[in-house]
Design a protein around this ligand. Sequence first.
Ligand code: NAP
Length: 307
Amino acid sequence: MELYDVIIIGSGPAGYTAAIYASRGNLKALVLKGTQPGGQLTTTTVIENWPGFENGIDGNELVMQMEKQAKRFGTEMANETVTKVDFSSAPHKVYVGDKEYQGKAVIIASGARSRMTGAEGEDRLFAKGVSTCATCDGFFYKGKDVIVLGGGDTAMEEAHFLTNFCKTVTVVHRRDKFRASKIMADRVLNNEKISVIWDSTVKSFNGKEKLESVTLTNTKTNEDTEVKVDGAFLAIGHIPNTEYLGDAVELDEKKYIVSGEHMQTNVAGVFYAGDVEDQRYRQAVTAASDGCRAGIEVIKYIESLND
Ligand code: NAP
């Protein structure tokens, strides 16, 4: 069986940057791309805050370029999704079903996904009015009425951002108090363009071809109300893609990787990069920065094995 110096799990900016550094550092590297090759950037349109592109760059184009760049330095790629790992002995083992891959080191860069409500109509109307990214889709709701679901910093940020385009922005939160930091919450509460519906969750997303309304349930009275909207932005948190790790590395209570020094997990030779650990910044550029660090640390680690 072929032994890789490093197996990189995930193909977003974290995984590809790690691959570029590792391969350019002469390591034999393999990227297992996962269910969504290219990661979350492929679900967005223009990325305007990736430095170096005055007018922004298409998210798909950006990750495609990263992939080509990693390939140029010799990174191998496989369109496979990891189902299980075994880090209990060297070399580390990574499984795709019954297929086994072996690596002296592993970089976990499998990212995170948006939490969904699970309410009726959500899947059917996804990208037809239901969105998980105001930054990506807000522009399409010029002059329209939208809701933002959630009470954390992301919901506050997205609601504020949407006032740049939308006729009305309504934040819907399941409790009577925001979880968001005071400064972000105050910004929303003091913004005349934003109203808040407290103590409410979405029971269903309604509409034939596209979203036309949401049915809200009051969590205190159990009463349902239908509200006409053109867009519903979900900002109810993220879920790290770590299920396949089982208890092979230490995870926190939300199942994010617990960060050690220098991009290491609690297992020797197993490193992390990007949103799979980062609950705060979640930016393409910070994920890439993590990938760079993890790539450099893997090079040092492999050198230390050869000493
Ligand atoms: P979050 O802080 O976990 O907030 C998620 C919100 O969604 C909470 O208000 C939660 O309600 C609600 N929620 C969760 N599940 C729900 C469900 N099934 N139905 C309805 N509502 C649900 O997530 P986040 O806002 O994405 O923030 C994540 C981290 O990033 C935080 O540490 C945050 O401070 C940070 N962040 C910082 C900035 C900034 O500083 N500029 C911007 C964005 C994010 P409850 O409150 O009732 O639990």
